[in-house]
Design a protein around this ligand. Structure first.
Ligand code: PGA
Length: 251
């Protein structure tokens, strides 16, 4: 029986006061906990403390969207894994394609962030994915393999068993054009196969235009262990519908 992870990536949306109002609605309308469905919200840094207090005694786990690889020091504007752990963060997205694109994050840089998170017992949600051009030129598998192996090679000797991978095709993010369940599943299977050579088996979430409408077709696939949701996680109604869908699939 698989566990499904339903994670909301709020990106740069919601001030602390907006987050507080949103979380009130989300908590009031969320289905009761299911022991094989993990619900994670990833607000912007500034709203983390507010949300941390609100989710005490709820099923919801707190996630961040990024961290710095160093523990402390002269890194103006940055936040460390130690700081995140201190306020109750349990998960952290790393290597999102928007950070790879806008902040030139590389696979080796991402490995350092993963190490920093693992040292603080925060589970990294490690994103990989191909561009539209890579897909159209038949490079998808090669691109994904390169992202996965470059980072895992840097993590040799680390206990990677708490990692989660999110397959997020870049062409599907924020476009309304999700991968088909078949497209997602074949890449997930490719990732499962690639990481098996490192003797690890990790949950693999799908991300990219997941909605209340398409969640069932994606989450029902054997190789898909959850969803990383952007736009649809900004509505309590659609996020809760996706959680309900996950529950119905694991019951
Ligand atoms: P989307 O974003 O659901 O809005 O496509 C997903 C993500 O970027 O994690």
């Amino acid at each position: 029986m698989k566990t499904l992870y339903i994670a909301g990536n709020w990106k740069m949306n919601m001030s602390p006061s907006q987050a507080e109002i949103f979380m009130q609605e989300l908590i009031a309308t969320m289905p009761a906990a299911h022991d094989r469905c993990e619900v994670i919200v990833c607000p912007p840094y500034l709203a983390l403390s507010t949300v941390a207090k609100q989710i005490e005694n709820t099923r919801i786990m707190l996630g961040a969207q990024n961290c710095h690889e160093q523990e402390k020091g002269a890194y103006t504007g940055e936040i460390s894994a130690a700081m995140l752990a201190d306020i109750g963060v349990k998960y952290c997205i790393v290597g999102h394609s928007e950070r790879r694109r806008d902040f030139q994050e590389t696979d080796t840089h991402i490995a350092k962030k993963i190490m920093a998170l693992l040292a603080k017992n925060i589970r990294p949600i490690w994103c990989v994915g191909e561009t539209l051009e890579e897909r159209q030129t038949g490079m998808t598998f090669e691109r994904i393999r390169s992202q996965v192996t470059t980072t895992l090679d840097c993590l040799k000797g680390q206990d990677c068993s708490s990692l989660l991978i999110a397959y997020e095709p870049i062409w599907a993010i924020g476009t309304g054009l999700a991968a088909t369940p078949e497209q997602a599943e074949e890449v997930h299977s490719h990732i499962h196969h690639t990481i098996a050579s490192y003797s690890i088996d990790l949950p693999i979430l799908y991300g990219g235009s997941v909605t209340a409408e398409n969640a069932e077709s994606l989450l029902s696939r054997e190789a898909i262990n959850g969803a990383l949701i952007g736009g649809a996680a900004l509505s309590a109604q659609s996020f809760n519908t996706i959680i309900n869908t996950a529950h119905s699939l694991i019951n």
